[in-house]
Design a protein around this ligand. Structure first.
Ligand code: PRP
Length: 206
């Protein structure tokens, strides 16, 4: 049996469509149930529906052989696993954004950067030798320059509508983000006979 961790929500639905195209009996992913372990009718696949940020953990620990997760989540987690394929969907950019001309001057010594992606942001600014203050938050990041909590934000931009609605613009595109297929390092060796054909079937569909 192959175990696959999927991020609950839209990513799982798109992943379901991809798996079906590959001939993998994954319909069960879309079933209207509160069950979190979904086994395919042929018994060959078990899908775990988890929070996006938990997908890398399930794969790193080998509870799931494979996972499908956004590159943003992957970068932020720093999990020890192999990224095998760029699946292309759920595309967006991880950007620095703010007011077109920052209102007034920065009152603090440090530029204040609000983000859900604390680890990526710390690494980014450290590599640049910029001493910034990272403000960790869990959502509604675009509110922070508007209210004065931050000078800029480091966040996902998909359609750009949240930025526009709050008078903000992209100041810098930093990473291209999309869904990625990841695999547990040990599973790739011990279950190569089933995992490699699975990966190849998906690759052919892309
Ligand atoms: C994400 C992201 C942005 C928004 C970008 O937030 O953090 O706020 O989507 O999408 P857009 O460019 O299409 O407007 P999400 O919807 O996950 O909500 P959150 O603010 O609660 O994290």
């Amino acid at each position: 049996m192959i175990t696959v961790a999927l991020a609950k929500g839209r990513l799982a639905e798109e992943s379901c469509d991809l798996l079906l195209k590959c001939g993998i009996p994954a319909e069960i992913i879309k079933s209207d149930t509160r069950k979190l372990v979904l086994t395919s009718p042929d018994g060959n696949f078990s899908f775990f529906l988890v929070k996006p940020s938990d997908v890398p953990t399930y794969v790193e620990y080998g509870i799931a052989d494979l996972g499908i997760v956004g590159k943003d989540t992957l970068l932020e987690s720093g999990a020890d696993l192999y990224e095998m394929l760029d699946l292309g969907y759920e595309g967006c950019k991880l950007c620095v954004a703010g007011f077109p001309k920052r209102k007034g001057s920065v009152t603090n010594t440090h530029l204040r950067v609000a983000t859900k992606y604390v680890n990526i942001a710390r690494k980014l600014y450290a590599e640049r030798g910029e001493d910034v203050e990272i403000i960790p938050l869990h959502g509604s990041i675009e509110l922070t320059p508007v209210t004065g909590l931050s000078d800029v934000i480091f966040d996902i931009v998909q359609t750009g509508s949240t930025l526009r609605a709050n008078g903000l613009v992209v100041l810098e595109e930093v990473y291209d983000i999309s869904a990625r297929l990841v695999v547990n390092k040990v599973s790739l060796k011990t279950k190569a006979d089933v995992i490699l054909p699975f990966i190849e079937a998906i690759r052919k569909q892309l």
